[in-house]
Design a protein around this ligand. Structure first.
Ligand SMILES: [Zn+2]
Length: 325
């Protein structure tokens, strides 16, 4: 049975046909429209395009936002138009197939548990480090959502009292120190603190400080730029610091570090592991979580939600009162 997984992000809608082994057979992508109706049309269009080329049974949407625990309603998504919208029902009517929703980090965690870095783990945490931090917790392969469907919000754990302001309204949140955005902020702060320093990054910043993106800092660190390397070392320390908190609360078997920043994991993951191991409660006297990089890359959300759609579609055909509509 083939299903379609769709990653509905703030910048693009990426859809793929996925088989039972988690392989992506075909994809299509479009820019994310700003209004609700156009967004649903774009999703419907992607499904129709792929369904013309493949026989598919169900659709899953991985959404960057809060999804109600029945997985049929998007409650709130900061970068998407939906507010308390019955998205599963609307898309299902449009495409004539069962539709299920899942938070994008949960979907990615499910994919890593089924096919990737967290395979077989009893307690697994996903930390997706990108523009911010997305988090997910799986217990025996099931998503833990908390009482209202919004747990775990790892990126906004406060690590630094009175620290960098965060768009969430708080300050000192973990993702302000450990993300692509943080890498850029730290590099810009270091440049301001050491105005005389002459490195590639410093020269580029004098042209236009906006050129100092997280990706650029990682690239410069890889090329040996000392200032960029300091910014990366700072990210490694904060990653380790946050992972220690996560381990104190959940005691996971595996932590999967994913998201765009994890593409540069060779620059910082060993240092982060070392810092985590030194600051976790009971350091030296407890088993440590294995900290691994994600294996499914960009496709994780799409593969995870397509797999969920398959599981529920199979369940629905086996029991007449199945949950999909
Ligand atoms: Zn925050």
């Amino acid at each position: 049975m083939l299903t379609i997984g769709i990653d509905v992000g703030g910048t693009s809608v990426r859809a793929g046909v996925v088989d039972a082994d988690g392989a992506v057979l075909d994809t299509t992508r479009t820019a994310t429209p700003g209004d609700e109706r156009a967004l649903e049309e774009a999703i419907g269009g992607a499904v129709h395009e792929l369904a013309e080329r493949h026989e598919v049974a169900a659709v899953g949407l991985a959404v960057a936002g809060f999804v109600a625990s029945d997985r049929r309603t998007v409650m709130f998504a900061p970068h998407l138009a939906w507010r308390h919208a019955p998205v599963a029902e609307r898309i299902s009517e449009r495409v004539g197939m069962p539709v299920v929703l899942e938070h994008d980090a949960n979907a990615a965690a499910l994919a890593e548990h089924r096919f990737g870095a967290a395979r077989g783990a009893g307690v697994a945490v996903l930390v997706a480090v990108g523009t911010g931090i997305g988090g997910a917790l799986l217990i025996d392969g099931e998503v833990f959502r908390g009482a209202h469907g919004v747990a775990p919000e790892l990126g906004h754990l406060r690590l630094v009292p009175d620290g960098r302001p965060c768009p969430c309204g708080k300050s000192g949140c973990w993702e302000r120190y450990c993300s692509g955005t943080a890498l850029s902020s730290t590099a810009v702060e270091l440049l301001a603190k050491h105005p005389g320093v002459s490195t590639v990054l410093a020269r580029e910043a004098r042209g236009d400080a906006r050129a100092i993106t997280g990706r650029r800092v990682a690239g410069a660190a890889r090329d040996g730029d000392p200032l960029a390397q300091r910014a990366v070392a700072d990210l490694a320390r904060w990653l380790g610091e946050g992972l220690a908190l996560v381990a104190d609360v959940y005691d996971p078997e595996v932590v999967v570090v994913g998201g765009g920043v994890s593409e540069s994991a060779t620059l910082f993951l060993d240092d982060a592991r070392e810092h985590y191991a030194s600051v976790v409660t009971g350091a030296g006297h407890r088993p440590l979580a294995r900290i691994r990089t994600a294996q499914l890359g960009d496709d994780a959300g799409l593969v995870g939600v397509a797999t969920l759609a398959r599981d529920l579609a199979v369940g629905a055909t086996q029991s007449p009162g199945g949950r999909l509509g």
